[in-house]
Design a protein around this ligand. Structure first.
Ligand code: KG4
Ligand code: ZN
Length: 340
């Protein structure tokens, strides 16, 4: 069985081929131009997906050494995400399936992130807890098996990645903020400012990052922070590093504590992390330390499967098709789709 998977829900146009459960190719075109606007511009994202969808799909087939006539099915994301962006990949996937006379499989983007640790070895075994941390989402999910999930908790306001992006904007260091804050933080002192740890002592598995973002803003006002820096460039660089390290420490402490708590509550042995923020070096380090002290194994995908990608979509579509789960060609985009 050979499946093509398409992802277009935000700013990555990506396509991948899975053959008999094995990933054959994964081609991703990232829309870097959004950085000059400080965030993803939905209209521009849709247009860029339109321009890139055909070359990305063609390249994924070519790299896999597969002709489109050999495909057994096509999967595409139908939500959640930006409606105009989703529609490009979804319509393309449905049209391709119709033209080739093969089944179409609609894929939930958040479900796809749960599969990003199931693409290649080492894989977590069921049941496991998955922490999905991206620009749009922060969720803890109990994964009993494929398509058998329980949402344990999620953010009540901003997503973790969104907080990274917004704080980076306040600091004037660029977009996307996560990787930049990660870099600055590696040279900074995490105890420079004690920012709040939202819900840390709370027994719930919910998150909230909006208050932390505001705490950073108030701190910057209090110290009279200037984006362009006052004093020497070295002093400004040092200040940025310390602020980034302090902010990152607050986010990471909460994410790690809640992930461990979720594993305790569900009595699993395996903790998986997915989504763009799982690229964060401090999160990886802290979670691995905290988990190994308590006997849990941590799974984090390769970088290309952390951020949005077609491979995780193709993997969901392959597993669904194996179980005979197909979608109607009437399936439409659901920007607010939720896991349960
Ligand atoms: O999963 P993703 O590519 O797209 C969404 O579905 O949102 O995640 C993008 C998010 C951005 O907010 C970005 O700042 C964040 O992931 N991110 C990071 C790092 N790399 C990317 N956040 C913290 N540390 C990183 N190293
Ligand atoms: Zn995502």
């Amino acid at each position: 069985m050979i499946i093509l998977g398409i992802e277009s829900s935000c700013d990555e146009t990506s396509a991948a081929v899975v053959k008999d459960g094995k990933l054959m190719s994964n081609v991703t075109a990232t829309q870097l131009f959004h950085s000059k606007y400080g965030g993803v511009v939905p209209e521009l994202a849709s247009r860029a997906h339109q321009l890139r969808i055909i070359p990305v799909v063609e390249e994924s087939l070519q790299k896999a050494g597969v002709r489109k006539e050999e495909l057994s099915g096509v999967g595409a994301v139908y939500g959640p995400g930006l409606i105009g962006a989703i529609l490009v990949g979804l319509s393309f996937g449905k049209s391709m399936a119709l033209g080739l006379g093969i089944p179409f499989v609609g894929v939930d983007h958040m479900e796809a992130h749960l599969f990003s640790n199931l693409i290649e070895d080492p894989k977590p075994s069921f049941p496991f807890v998955n922490l999905t941390v991206s620009g749009g989402h922060t969720q803890l999910v109990y994964v009993r098996g494929p398509f058998d999930y329980q949402l344990l908790g999620e953010t009540k306001d901003d997503a973790a990645g969104e907080a990274f992006d917004k704080v980076a904007k306040m600091l004037g260091i660029g977009y996307p903020g996560g990787p930049l804050i990660d870099q600055y933080a590696s040279k900074g002192d995490p105890s420079f400012v004690q920012f709040p740890r939202p819900y840390l002592s709370d027994d719930s598995l919910e998150f909230s990052f909006s208050g932390l973002k505001t705490a950073v803003l108030y701190h910057l006002r209090r110290i009279g922070f200037a984006v362009n820096g006052e004093g020497s460039p070295e002093a400004h660089e040092k200040l940025l590093s310390n602020l980034c390290a302090s902010f990152q420490a607050a986010v990471v402490e909460v994410l790690v504590a809640k992930a461990i708590k979720a594993a305790e509550v569900t009595k699993v042995r395996h903790i998986a992390v997915a989504g763009g923020v799982s690229a964060n070096s401090e999160l990886r380090r802290r979670l691995r330390d905290a988990a190994s002290n308590r006997g849990y194994d941590v799974f984090v995908p390769r970088l290309e499967f952390c951020t949005d990608n077609g491979a995780m979509v193709a993997m969901v579509a392959y597993t669904k098709l194996q179980k005979g789960m197909t979608s109607s060609l009437e399936l439409t985009a659901e920007p607010g789709l939720s896991l349960e």
